[in-house]
Design a protein. Structure first.
Length: 295
């Protein structure tokens, strides 16, 4: 029994005739008669009372027709839903974004995507890169942004930002008038870092250790503007990406280049071995086209 057999049976029931049903369905009468007979044999009941050229439903046929109609209707609804998805008319995407980068890169992208696909909904979750990666692996998110490199055995990705970290100091800091400094020169300073669930947290600590010291952390935050404000208040130093530094008020802080490059490479990542919906696949392609630097 398949959906086609149910459709044949229902048409015979509507037309009260094998001949008329065959004409409507553009098939031969023997084909439709054979199909209905195979249904009756499979079920072990008589579905149609045949008299002359006309037929009518038996009691069992009435019950079967109601259930068959529900199945056929559900099948048509499913086909419509899948067609909507295939044509990107609807869908839902869960995206993880670190708070410090969402406002800088994504309002225009999301706006353009929504304009083209108004029935695809997007749900944003603000978390650090490490949590974004974990949530993608667990299935809580479809895609997300993190600092690359990500584990290539687990994630597919594309890069859309290739920058470095810069030093942010209070204007009265002894090094504030220099253009470029080494990380070792900050060994006596207190650091204001992003929280542990941000990839930059471990990356900055690792860079300081490589420079010969364990950084003294005085505060951790998820908000880059709070970090910069604490530097402006003279509470410590920070290392922030170039994109963030361009947003800072130059009269409140000094921004210096580091001689050692600490990369800040941002990428969109998604789980490698998981099926991606049509909407998610379109988001990946659409956002990559808009975000990737033009060369």
């Amino acid at each position: 029994m398949d959906i086609r057999h149910l459709q044949y049976f229902l048409e015979v029931a509507r037309q009260h005739s094998f001949t008329k049903a065959a004409q409507v369905l553009f098939i031969t009468q023997p084909t439709i008669s054979k199909t209905v007979k195979s249904l009756e044999d499979e079920l072990g009941v008589t579905l149609l009372d045949r008299y002359g050229k006309n037929v009518k439903l038996t009691d069992a046929g009435e019950v079967f027709a109601r259930q068959a109609q529900e199945i056929v209707t559900s099948f048509h609804n499913l086909s419509s839903e899948l067609d909507d998805l295939m044509n990107l008319k609807k869908g839902h995407i869960r995206i993880g974004l670190p708070p410090m980068i969402g406002a800088s890169f994504f309002p225009k992208v999301i706006g353009a995507f929504y304009k083209q696909y108004p029935n695809i909904t997007i749900e944003l979750f603000e978390d650090g890169g490490k949590k974004v990666e974990n949530d993608i692996l667990s299935g809580a998110l479809d895609v997300g942004v993190t600092v690359l490199p990500a584990d290539e055995d687990l994630f597919d990705s594309y890069i859309f930002v290739d920058e470095s970290l810069k030093v942010v100091l209070h204007p009265t800091h002894p090094l504030a008038e220099q253009d470029e400094i080494q990380l070792a020169e900050l060994s006596e300073d207190g650091f204001i870092l992003f929280r542990e669930d941000f990839s930059l947290h471990d990356r900055i600590i690792g860079a300081c250790q490589k420079a010969g010291y364990q950084p003294r952390i005085i505060y951790e935050s998820a908000q880059w503007d709070l970090i910069s404000n604490m530097v402006a208040a003279g509470l410590g130093v920070a290392l922030l990406p170039e994109t963030i530094c361009r947003e800072l008020r130059q009269e409140e802080v000094r921004i210096l280049k580091l001689k050692e490059r600490i990369p800040w490479d941002l990428g969109m990542v998604w789980r490698k071995d998981r099926y991606q919906s049509f909407a998610v696949r379109e988001w990946i392609a659409f956002s990559e086209k808009m975000l990737k630097p033009k060369h």
